[in-house]
Design a protein around this ligand. Structure first.
Ligand code: KIV
Length: 258
């Protein structure tokens, strides 16, 4: 059965952990879906796959191109697509246009956008009222890298309180789930207990309702991973070795067999 946004909320109520990963193309999306991932994020972290240093340069057209490929690979998982930097911050109209394009052109079911109160509350309210499911994202928000760096957020009492208030405001604005990135585990636990909607942690400890990681980190494809990522296999090594073997066999006349 295809996963829905309502299903994620029910899973929180039932205490069933939500599993999410990012995807950027048909093949990866198909494998994640077959492995039973609950929701797939076409995150703007796909910037890494495209060779950008930060998530700032990626465009809405690039996100849509990749999200369409992901859609073709998925039967069950819910697909959420990141709105990239400056495709939604200018005005509510711009956010409506960008989110509308994502849903119409890709077949994904929801969008995610970064930021909290007060900047994003009106925008999210309007998107949700128009029938567009929105996932929020607070804590470390990589689109603000030049203001926040990539440091853990919410370490001081004051900053933690600010993030909690953002989370509550986003829930009231209608987000169906909230990504908590790189904040202390105790803060994430407290936010998770305060909200009716599920929290999805990345570098936010084990008390969130679900976890998301960047798949290129999990598979060992990234050149460097954030401190909270877990590398489950080293595909950089596996691929380099396979390609080196192929090259050797071609050069030595061992492949193809004569
Ligand atoms: O772009 C992305 O992959 C994300 C995750 C880090 C949550 O937003």
């Amino acid at each position: 059965m295809p996963v829905t946004t309502q299903q994620l909320i029910q899973w929180k109520q039932q205490g069933r952990a939500i599993v999410a990963l990012t995807a950027w193309d048909f093949a990866i999306a198909q494998l994640l879906d077959l492995a039973g991932v609950d929701f797939i994020l076409v995150g703007d972290s796909l910037s890494v796959i495209l060779g950008y240093d930060t998530t700032l340069p990626i465009t809405l057209d690039e996100m849509i191109h990749h999200a369409k490929a992901v859609r073709r690979g998925v039967k069950n998982a819910l697909i959420v697509v990141d709105l990239p930097f400056l495709s939604y911050q200018e005005s509510i109209g711009q956010a409506m246009h960008s989110a509308g394009r994502v849903l119409k052109e890709t077949g994904a079911q929801a969008v995610k956008l970064e930021g909290g109160y007060p900047a994003m509350v009106k925008t999210i309210t309007r998107l949700v009222q128009s029938g567009i499911p929105v996932m929020g994202h607070v804590g470390l928000t990589p689109q603000s890298i030049h203001q926040l760096g990539l440091r853990q957020q919410g370490k001081s009492q004051e900053d933690g309180e600010r993030i909690l208030q953002e989370a509550i405001a986003l829930e009231q604005a209608g987000v169906f789930a909230l990504v908590l990135e790189h904040i202390p585990a105790e803060l994430a636990k407290h936010i998770t207990q305060q909200l009716r909607i599920p929290t999805i942690g990345i570098g936010a400890g084990s008390h969130c309702d679900g976890q998301v990681l960047v798949t290129s980190d999990v598979l060992g494809l990234s050149q460097r991973q954030p401190p909270f990522a877990k590398v489950y296999t080293n595909l950089r090594e596996t691929i380099t070795e396979a390609v080196a073997n192929y090259a050797l066999e071609v050069r030595e006349g061992k492949f193809p067999h004569r």
